[in-house]
Write a protein that binds this ligand. Sequence first.
Ligand code: PMP
Length: 407
Amino acid sequence: RPALDVERVRADFPILHQEVRGKPLAYFDNAATSQKPAKVIETVDHYYRALNSNIHRGVHYLSEQATSAYENAREAQRRFINAESTREIVFVRGATEAINLIVQSWGRSQLKAGDEVIISEMEHHSNIVPWQMLRDQIGIELKVIPINDAGELQLDIYEELLNERTKLVAINHLSNALGTVNPVKSIIDQAHEAGALVLVDGAQAVPHTPVDVQALGCDFYVYSGHKLFGPTGIGVLYGREDLLEAMPPYQGGGDMIKMVKLDRTIYNDLPYKFEAGTPHIAGGIGLGAAVEYVEDIGLEAIAAYEHDLLEYATEQALTVEGLKLIGTAQNKASILSFIMDGVHPHDLGTIVDSEGIAIRTGHHCAMPVMDHFGVPATARASFAFYNTHAEIDRLIAALKHAHEVLA
Ligand code: PMP
């Protein structure tokens, strides 16, 4: 496969070709949400112009067209993560809803007081709070894999935490706050040996690295469309079919049923059992276009290109006086998190913004990571395959300037 041609891919993203604050936009906030290629925008536009109709229930032409577009998009997700069947692909609002669904449906039906769930210190709040809620509801125990000062999981402690009470390990694939790529395959294998299931939070991983849920052997895998160059409000819960089959519905309503009497209901087959109500049809179809777009470029090519970007950015960042990286794991992708001596991250963000460069400052919905490093916030530049070395040069110049005027 040919290497990635960055000028060609940039031409696919209309939003990138504008000035902000009188400067060309350099968008480094991809971990918060990524930009959308014309293919996605046009697919959503076409849906509303030509196909808009409610799905699954209509016999009329438009409803059939919309239904098949939506179901084709589901098949695209299945292929994208190599699930065995589209019955295992549940469309949800995003990673957050997917995790809440697993916690409330699987967790409430399968767990009892004293059962243990393992999470890690580097989880996004969406993979912490729902489990704490379940703990308070039914009395499970929550165990936490700590991280080291490079921002890597302490795997020896993980091994010690695993025991016969462990029922599930819920783990980030790629940390949005640190960029750490976790060794999920061995984490999954060890959990399975201990008789526990594994939920992988792939919100940050799918835009940057090929994912094969069957090769990983994970039991649940979740991601959000909007970080994968697709629309907001749509995402995917992958669950092994036998697990989903045994789980009760998360929400009740239309579409998730086969038959309703006033005193009882027969639920629909997978995956519809978990898709109550009219879904985000345009979003699903748009996400189908997004994964086709990414597949055309190729995730290997994307990963290789971004690896170079991150190496270059890391090297250059270390030449900025007062700058300290937060997250120096051996295995990292796409994210550069840092602080600067004597400069508050928010001031750093503002100075950089005045140069037309978008970075994020804050806790990145990972407050325990901030606590670990004893900082209230970091500045974070997160890369996508449409970022360039020249944009990184501009970021570094802006950071040097910030140190001169603020430190
Ligand atoms: N997990 C990780 C690792 C994330 O980075 C995010 C989004 N920042 C989420 C989960 C939640 O995704 P969403 O807000 O799209 O539901």
